[in-house]
Design a protein around this ligand. Structure first.
Ligand code: PGA
Length: 249
């Protein structure tokens, strides 16, 4: 059985004070028995103070990005070791905003996944097609390529650590969610691809999250799809009440 997992991706939002306040409120309102694993991904500047708040809780911390090398002359970058040092257990890799605005290639993403795994950070590996690609019938080809190239040279034991997030680019921040069927068929396609390469034992345990305008009103329908195991939540995760509703779908 895959336990649902809900990830809050705050993107470039929240000061330290706002982040810490959110973390306190979340802990206060989520009981130990929450039926979902919860991960929050604050901006870099808030990671350490939020880690301090979450220390005794069951809520996990994620970064939103990392560099693909261990260390070196990379002004402005942050390494896997630094993320582990401040308490991260997860890292989002290959978000469509990073692909589109910061020119991240499938090759860069593959290197980032490898360095994350080397330092025991669980990658939350994002893939998804643009509106043009969907409308021209290329969705499955795009997903197949991103998945294949992002996961090059990874063994089945590595795949077990990876969380995949399917985020159609046209649904991110637009209020236009994929229908449960649209999302469900891509999730099934992804799981089948993992089965073909790594077998059912690995694919049956692989977490596949949906992301793109998830909110308290659409989460239950999305979660009713058998291959949707949770959500990567942007806008709705900035408001603690909304995020809790998503978590408790
Ligand atoms: P959204 O963002 O929920 O605001 O659409 C999701 C994401 O980009 O991860």
């Amino acid at each position: 059985m895959r336990k649902p997992c809900m990830v809050a991706n705050w993107k470039m939002h929240k000061t330290v004070e706002e982040s810490v306040d959110f973390a306190h409120q979340l802990i206060g309102k989520i009981s130990e028995s929450a039926n979902s694993d919860i991960v929050i991904a604050p901006p870099f500047t808030s990671l350490y103070p939020v880690a301090e708040v979450l220390r005794e809780s069951a809520i996990h911390l994620s970064a939103q990005n990392l560099h693909w090398d261990e260390k070196g002359a990379y002004t402005g970058e942050v390494s896997a070791v630094m993320l582990v040092d401040v308490g991260c257990k997860y890292v989002i890799i290959g978000h469509s905003e990073r692909r589109a605005l910061f020119n991240e290639s499938d090759g860069d993403i593959n290197r980032k996944i490898k360095i994350a795994l080397k330092f025991n950070l669980r990658p939350i590996f994002c893939i998804g097609e643009t509106l043009d690609e969907r409308e021209s019938g290329k969705t499955f080809a795009v997903i197949q390529k991103q998945l294949k190239d992002g996961l090059i040279d990874l063994a089945s034991d590595d795949i077990r650590q990876i969380i995949i997030a399917y985020e159609p680019v046209w649904a991110i921040g637009t209020g236009r969610t994929a229908t449960p069927n649209q999302a469900g068929e891509v999730h099934s396609f992804i799981r089948n691809m993992i089965t073909e390469i790594h077998g059912t034992d690995v694919s049956g345990k692989t977490m596949i999250l949906y992301g793109g305008s998830v909110n308290p009103d659409n989460i239950a329908d999305l979660m009713s799809q058998p291959d949707i195991d949770g959500a990567l939540v942007g806008g709705a995760s900035l408001d603690v009440e909304k995020f809790i509703k998503v978590v408790k779908f």
